[in-house]
Design a protein around this ligand. Sequence first.
Ligand code: SAH
Length: 339
Amino acid sequence: MAPMTTRPLLGQTLPELTAWVTAQGQPAYRARQLHQWLYRQGVRDFRDITVFPKSWREQVQVTIGRSVIDRRVVAQDGTVKYLLRLPDGALIETVGIPSEDRLTVCVSTQVGCPMACDFCATGKQGFTRNLAVHEILDQVLTVQAEMGRRVSHVVFMGMGEPLLNVEAVVQAVRRLNEDCGISQRAMTISTVGVPQQILRLAQAQLQVTLAVSLHAPTQDLRQRLIPSARHYPLERLLQDCRRYVELTKRRVSFEYTLLAGVNDTPELAKTLAKLLRGWQTHVNLIPYNPIADAPYQRPDAERVKVFQAVLVAQGIAVTVRQTRGLDAQAACGQLRVRR
Ligand code: SAH
C-alpha cells in the first residue's frame, strides 16, 4: 500500500473537513457526518463509516489518526492507565480518572519529557518527540470509548511539558471544546515553566486554568529539584504568571509536590505563603508518589496537614491532591513507559 502522507482527519475543523470532502467530489453535507463520526462516535477506520458509499470508503487513502491500545492497567480505585502505541512505534501513557460526578482524562503532550525534574519518572525517561494535535485528542476519545461515559474534564498533566508544545496544545484545547463539547473551564494546563511560553499561551486567550508546578518557594531549592529552573528564575516565572492573569483574567494555581525532609518544612510553608501573598490563587499540594531511581520519600499525613495549616493560616487557599491510581503506577509523576 502507498504510504499515507495526507493529514489525519482527526484534529480538523468542520470547514477543513468540508474542503477535504468536496475535493473528493463528495457532497458537502458528508463533512458534517464525518465530523460526527470522528468526534462523537470516535470512529477508528474510515471504512467503518457506514453512512458513506462503499465505493468511496474502499478507494480513499486517508488516515483518521487513532492509536492502538497496547496495554491497560486498572488500579483499585478505578483509575485506568492506558499504554498507547502510535503509528511510528512511540508509546505514551494516558490516564482515565473516574469519580461519581466526572470523568477526567490526564493527557500526555510529548513522548517522554526533556525537563528532567528529579522526582518525576517521565523526566528519567528522556525525550523523544512532541505529540501532534490528533495524538492528544485520540487519548481523550480512547478513554471515553473505553470507560463508556463522557469525558467532562481534561488535565494536561501526563507525560511531557505542555508549554514546549504550545501550538498543538492550544489547538487540542480548541478541538476538545468546539468539536468534542468539553468546556474550556474544565481543562487545566500544567507547566513547570518555559521562558516566553506562558505569555504565548496567554495570547491564545483560552478559558482554561493554568497550573504552575512550583515545588519550592526559593530559587535555590527550586533549581536543585528542577534543572530547567536555572534558566528561568522564580522571580521571572512569577512575573509571567502575573502577566498571564492580567491578560486572560483567569487565575493561576500552583502545584507543590511534597518531598519529605526536602521541601515540606513549616518554615518553607511560611516562605511560600509570603511569596504568594496578594495573589488570588490556590495551592495544590501533591504528596510525593514513589518512583524508581529517586532518593525521595512521601511525607506522612501529619506533616502534610501541618504544611497545609501554615498556608491556610496565612490566608492561602489550599487543597491536597487526592492520590489516584497509585497501585497502577498511574499517579502524578509515575508515568513512564516500561516494557
Ligand atoms: N510537565 C508539566 C506537566 C506534568 S504534571 C508540569 O511539570 O507541570 C504532573 C505534576 O505532577 C507536576 O506538578 C509534577 O511536578 C508532579 N509530579 C512529578 N513527579 C511527581 C511525583 N513523583 N509525585 C508527585 N507529584 C509529581
